[in-house]
Ligand binder design. Structure first.
Ligand code: 5GP
Ligand code: ZN
Length: 129
């Protein structure tokens, strides 16, 4: 299959791996938002959160906690922002979770102020009806 992250798992494309087990691999993002930005990927090729089963979710949670501790110990990170894109905004179509270390001086902002949003009453109505 022509999937970049499957090739990383297979080792045909190199990556800076920081953790690996039979289910997942964790490696440094090639274009980091902050120092230590890494990605958790399942070894099984799936694309979005819709395909994540409970067993995988539980395992990933365990790995997230482990990596957080490692990054605290080794890089002195002060926080961790976890993001995961699905479909629109997802550049690589192999499920992956971004672990983005935070530092008090990192100046990194995930959310920018948006001028043209619907008000929350309207959004709540759309979702609930
Ligand atoms: P997405 O936008 O799909 O959520 O994020 C894809 C991420 O994969 C990006 O942060 C990008 O920098 C990273 N990435 C893309 N190609 C490679 C690669 O060949 N190696 C590594 N380590 N990361 C990659
Ligand atoms: Zn894949």
């Amino acid at each position: 299959m022509d999937c970049l992250f499957c090739k990383i798992i297979a080792g045909s494309i190199p990556s800076k791996t920081i953790y690996e087990d039979e289910t997942v691999k964790v490696f440094l993002d090639i274009s980091p938002n902050t120092n230590g930005h890494c990605l958790i990927i399942p070894k099984k090729h799936i694309v979005t959160v819709e395909e994540v089963d409970e067993e995988l979710a539980k395992h990933i949670l365990k790995v997230e906690k482990k990596i957080y501790q490692i990054l605290k110990d080794k890089l002195n990170i002060e926080g961790l922002t976890i993001v995961q894109n699905n479909d629109l905004g997802q550049e690589v179509k192999h499920y992956h979770i971004h672990l983005i270390p935070r530092y008090s001086d990192d100046n990194w902002k995930m959310i920018f102020h948006q001028e043209s949003l619907l008000n929350i009453e309207e959004i709540h109505h759309k979702i609930m009806n």
